[in-house]
Design a protein around this ligand. Structure first.
Ligand code: AMP
Length: 215
């Protein structure tokens, strides 16, 4: 099973990927996570990507497609994959087709999380994660059960993404509208797109995704 989760920043792709990884033993491939790791490790890719990401622009197609290609090459071909935040342009969609073919994989579902953009700024600027295990939280919608303590691992250290500020978020949304939303017709033509209401609660969206995977 290979699926793409599509939707603007803050639509819930990361949160829902984590659920799918847990419930369906799939692997999440998030180019955003890979790029943040590269920035942190100050690799050549990280050094090139850092300023681009801080502005909320898109990193080059070549860089992100080679990150995905390398990850898939290192993975058993029968492990199910959730593509989170990739592809984001038509060129990336074309590369993904080629990479999947090299590994004898096919795309089963493209799931678009539909959201109201005005609500997204609040969603994104309120989100944070555990600095130790990466569990995702939100100031009002999904705070830890005990304030200041991670539910999953007990750590008391949390972090916020530097690109989760309002100006950058608005640019990231504009990039989504201009470059990512136009790839949906490619997958619509193949009859593999399902649209899910991303404004529903986390557990309702999880249920909807589980139903799609079971179909
Ligand atoms: P994300 O964690 O998916 O929101 O990605 C954070 C940032 O990483 C984006 O705003 C882009 O700057 C960069 N990025 C992540 N994935 C891609 C991609 N597939 N293509 C280009 N840039 C990306």
């Amino acid at each position: 099973m290979n699926i793409i989760l599509l939707g603007p920043p803050g639509a819930g792709k990361g949160t829902q990927s984590a659920n799918l990884v847990e419930n369906h033993k799939m692997r999440q491939l998030s180019t955003g996570d890979m790029l943040r790791a590269a920035v942190k490790a100050q690799t050549p890719v990280g050094l090139e990507a850092k300023a681009v990401m801080e502005r909320g622009d898109l990193v080059s197609d070549e860089i992100v497609s080679s990150l995905i290609s390398d990850e898939l090459a290192a993975m058993s071909d029968d492990t199910g994959v959730i593509f989170d935040g990739y592809p984001r342009t038509e060129a990336q969609a074309t590369s993904l087709d080629e990479i999947l073919e090299q590994h004898g994989r096919k795309l089963d579902h493209v799931i678009e999380l539909e959201v109201n953009e005005d609500a997204l700024v609040e969603r994104i600027t309120g989100r944070f994660s555990c600095a130790s295990c990466g569990a995702l939280y939100h100031d009002t919608a999904n705070p830890p059960k005990v304030e200041g303590v991670c539910d999953a691992c007990g750590s008391t250290e949390f972090k916020r993404r530097p690109d989760d500020n309002e100006d950058t978020v608005r640019n990231r949304m504009a990039e989504y509208r201009a470059k990512t939303a136009p790839i949906l017709p490619i997958y619509d033509a193949r009859g593999i797109v399902t649209r899910v209401d991303g404004m529903a609660s986390i557990s309702q969206v999880t249920q909807a995704l589980n139903a799609i995977l079971a179909s």
